[in-house]
Design a protein around this ligand. Structure first.
Ligand code: ADP
Ligand code: MG
Ligand code: ZN
Length: 633
C-alpha cells in the first residue's frame, strides 16, 4: 500500500510509470504540488509547455474526480484515448454521445469509477450535470484554454462565461485555470472572472526554444511555399491563409506539387471539417491549409512547420498560431510570407471598421508589420513584445541570426530619439516624436504643447522621416523603448533605453533596407535538423512509423497516442531488446509498454537478427499468427 508515502513523492513515480517521462518540464512540479495541496492555481505556460500533465498527474493521486473543462468537443475523445492508453480511468461527456451512452458514463462517474472527466462548459453547467456532481466527490476542477472566458482574447466562447458561477456552486473545490495567452488583459480577466485572486500563480516563459522563425519577402508565394515545404516532406504542418477561397486554392497547389494537403475553414460543412481535422490528427493528411478557424485545442505534438501565407492580424495571433508547431520539443519551423502589399490590404480592410475597434486593430497590425520589417532577431523581438528578456540565445534561432545584416552604430541617433521621447513626457507615438525631432512646422500640436521650445526640437532635421521610422522600429524591437498599448501606443523608455541615455550604452542597428539595397535573393536559411539518424536507421524509423499507423488505425486512435516520433526515433537508434529497455525510452510508461511494446520489440528483434544489409522499409502485420505477425519483411 502506498498510502503512507506522501503524494508529492508519488508524483515522481507516476510521472515515470504512467507518463513515461524522467523529469518534469519547467513549472510542472510546483503546479502539481500546489494542486495536491488543495490550492487554486492560475497557470500560464506556452503551447507545448505541458499544461495537461499539470492536472492529469494530480488527478491520479487525488482522492475523488478531476473535472476538465475543455472547449472543443471534437478533441475530447483524443485526449481521453491518450489517457486510457496510459492506463488512466478517464472519460468524456459531451453532445457527440447519445443519451444512453451519456447515462452510462454519468453512472460510472457517480459510482466513482473514473478519475478524470472531460466536459464542455455548456454541458457542465446544465442542471442535470450539476446534480450529478453534487453527489460525487470532486477533487479538482481544471479549466483548460481558460482564455476562452475573456472577450479580449481571440477565442472567446460565450459558454465559458457561465463558469464564473462555479465558485458559488462548489465553494470548497479547488479550481485551476490553464492558458497560453500572452495578453495581460486576458490574463487579468481570467483571474477576475474565475475569482482566482488568491490562487497560486505560475507564469512560464514564452520562449519556445525549439522553434525557428523565418520571414520571407513574399514574391511568388506559391513557389516559396513549396520550396519551404520541400525539406519537410512526409511531416505534418499547417499553412494559414486569410481567406477561405485561398485555403482551397493553396491546398490544390500543394496537392499538384505532390503533397497530401486539405483545406479547412468555417465555410465547410461540419462533417467535412471534422473529417479533415481527424485526417490530419491521424496522419492521413499531412498538411492542413486553413483559416485561423483551425488549430486551438489540437494537441498534435509532431507539427513540424506552420507557415503564414498571409499576414496575421496581430503579433499575439502569430505567436499562438505559429506556436502550434513543435509541441513535442523537436526542432520545428515557423515561416511568414510578408509583403507591404499585405499590410496595406489589411489596413484598408480595418479602416472600414467602427471606431474603438479600428484603433485597436490598426495598432495590432502595425506591431505585426514592425516585427516582420525589423531586421533584428525574431525571437528576441517577439519576446520583447511580451516583456520577456531573451538571455540565452539559441543557435541558430531565426533568419536574421543565421544571416545577420551589417550593423551600423546608431548610438547618437538613438540618444536623440530617446531624449525627445523623455522630454515630450513619454505620452506620444513615434510619428509625433519624429515630427518634433525634425522640427515640423505642419504639426500644430507641437506649438500647442510648447514642444517647439524643447532642446530636441529640430535636432534630427538632417535625417529623413523614413530613416527615423526605421530607427524607432529598431529601438522598439531591440527593447530600448516600448509601446504602451493602454495609452494609444505612446512610446515609453525601458531600462535598456535608460542605459543608452544615461550610461552611454551603444546602439547598433541595421541600415534601412533601401540604403542597404534590399536583398534580392532569399537567404538560404534552414531550421536545424531534427537529431539525425543514419540513412539505414531512418528507413527503420519509417518502418516503425508504418507499424504505429497500422496499430493506431486498428485501435481507432491517433498515431501519437501510441508513441511520439521522438520515442520511435529513440527506438530506431537504441534498439531496445526487452520491455525493461523500452521503458527507458522517453514517453513510454508501463501501460504503453504493455499494450503496444511487443510489436515494436519484435520489429527490433527482426532487424537485429536479420542478415546484414536487409531492408527495413516495410514493417507490416501479416496474416501469420502470434508474436511475429507484426513484423514481416
Ligand atoms: P500544452 O497543453 O501546454 O500546450 P501539452 O500538455 O499538450 O502542452 O504537452 C505538450 C507535449 O509535451 C505533449 O506531447 C506531452 O507529451 C509532452 N510533455 C509534457 N510533459 C512532459 C515531460 N515532463 N517530459 C517530456 N514531455 C512532456
Ligand atoms: Mg493544452
Ligand atoms: Zn534570432
Amino acid at each position: 500500500m502506498t498510502a503512507s508515502i506522501p503524494k508529492t513523492d508519488r508524483a515522481h513515480a507516476e510521472l515515470r510509470s504512467v507518463f513515461g517521462f524522467t523529469s518534469f518540464r519547467p513549472l510542472q512540479e510546483p503546479v502539481v504540488r500546489a494542486i495536491l495541496a488543495g490550492r487554486d492555481v492560475f497557470v500560464l505556460m506556452p503551447t507545448g509547455g505541458g499544461k495537461s500533465l499539470c492536472y492529469q498527474l494530480p488527478a491520479i493521486l487525488l482522492d475523488g474526480i478531476t473535472l476538465v473543462v475543455s472547449p472543443l468537443i471534437a478533441l475530447m475523445k483524443d485526449q481521453v484515448d491518450a489517457l486510457q492508453a496510459q492506463g488512466v480511468a478517464a472519460t468524456f461527456v459531451n453532445s457527440s454521445l447519445d443519451s444512453l451512452e451519456v447515462g452510462r458514463r454519468q453512472a460510472a462517474v457517480a459510482r466513482g469509477e473514473v478519475k478524470i472527466v472531460y466536459v464542455a462548459p455548456e454541458r457542465l453547467m446544465t442542471p442535470g450535470f450539476l446534480r450529478l456532481l453534487s453527489s460525487a466527490k470532486i477533487a479538482f476542477i481544471a479549466i483548460d484554454e481558460a482564455h476562452c472566458i475573456s472577450e479580449w482574447g481571440h477565442d472567446f466562447r460565450p459558454d465559458y462565461r457561465e463558469l464564473a458561477r462555479l465558485r458559488e456552486l462548489f465553494p470548497a473545490t479547488p479550481v485551476g485555470a490553464f492558458t497560453a495567452t500572452a495578453t495581460r488583459r486576458v490574463q487579468a480577466d481570467i483571474v477576475e472572472q474565475l475569482h482566482l485572486e488568491s490562487a497560486d500563480s505560475f507564469r512560464g516563459r514564452f520562449n519556445r526554444p525549439n522553434l525557428f522563425y523565418k520571414v520571407l519577402p513574399k514574391q511568388s508565394a506559391d513557389h516559396q511555399l513549396i520550396s519551404c515545404l520541400e525539406r519537410w516532406r512526409g511531416a505534418s504542418g499547417i499553412v494559414y491563409c486569410q481567406a477561405r477561397a485561398e485555403t482551397e486554392r493553396v491546398a490544390d497547389v500543394l496537392r499538384r506539387a505532390g503533397f497530401g494537403a486539405a483545406a479547412y475553414h468555417a465555410g465547410l460543412l461540419s462533417d467535412d471539417r471534422k473529417n479533415r481535422q481527424e485526417a490530419f490528427i491521424r496522419d492521413d493528411v499531412r498538411i492542413i491549409v486553413a483559416t485561423i478557424a483551425f488549430g486551438m485545442g489540437i494537441d498534435k505534438p509532431d507539427v513540424r512547420f506552420v507557415v503564414h501565407y498571409d499576414l496575421p492580424r496581430s503579433l499575439e495571433g502569430f505567436y499562438q498560431e505559429s506556436g502550434r508547431a513543435g509541441r513535442d520539443g523537436d526542432p520545428s519551423e515557423c515561416v511568414l510570407l510578408y509583403s507591404y502589399g499585405d499590410v496595406a490590404k489589411v489596413e484598408h480592410f480595418i479602416a472600414q471598421r467602427p471606431e474603438p475597434e479600428r484603433v485597436v486593430a490598426l495598432a495590432q497590425i502595425r506591431r505585426m508589420a514592425d516585427w516582420a520589417d525589423a531586421p533584428v532577431c525574431r525571437r528576441a523581438a517577439l519576446l520583447s513584445y511580451f516583456d520577456e528578456p531573451l538571455d540565452d540565445l539559441q543557435d541558430p534561432c531565426c533568419d536574421v541570426c543565421s544571416d545577420p545584416p551589417a550593423l551600423d552604430d546608431y548610438t547618437v541617433a538613438a540618444q536623440k530619439f530617446l531624449s525627445c521621447v523623455l522630454r515630450t513626457g513619454q505620452r506620444f507615438g513615434t510619428a509625433y516624436v519624429i515630427d518634433v525631432l525634425r522640427g515640423s512646422k505642419e504639426n500644430e500640436r507641437i506649438p500647442r504643447f510648447g514642444h517647439d521650445r524643447l532642446s530636441t526640437f529640430g535636432i534630427g532635421k538632417d535625417v529623413s522621416t523614413e530613416e527615423w521610422q526605421h530607427i524607432a522600429r529598431g529601438l522598439l524591437m531591440g527593447g530600448f523603448a516600448r509601446r504602451d498599448e493602454a495609452a494609444y501606443n505612446a512610446v515609453t523608455i525601458t531600462d535598456r533605453g535608460n542605459a543608452v541615455l544615461f550610461r552611454g550604452e551603444a546602439v547598433h542597428l541595421v541600415r534601412p533596407r533601401r540604403a542597404a539595397k534590399a536583398r534580392t535573393v532569399t537567404p538560404r536559411v534552414v531550421a536545424p535538423e531534427i537529431e539525425s539518424l543514419p540513412p539505414e536507421r531512418l528507413a527503420f524509423f519509417d518502418a516503425l512509423r508504418a507499424l504505429r499507423k497500422q496499430l493506431a488505425d486498428q485501435g481507432g486512435v491517433p498515431p501519437y497516442v501510441i508513441f511520439h516520433d521522438r520515442a520511435l526515433r529513440e527506438i530506431a537508434s537504441r534498439l531496445p531488446k526487452t520491455r525493461q529497455e523500452l521503458l527507458r525510452i522517453s514517453g513510454i510508461g508501463e501501460r504503453k509498454a504493455q499494450t503496444y511494446g511487443d510489436p515494436f520489440l519484435e520489429c527490433v528483434y527482426r532487424r537485429t537478427a536479420g542478415s546484414a544489409g536487409s531492408r527495413w522499409d516495410v514493417c507490416f502485420p501479416t496474416e501469420s499468427r502470434g508474436h511475429a505477425r507484426w513484423c514481416a519483411r
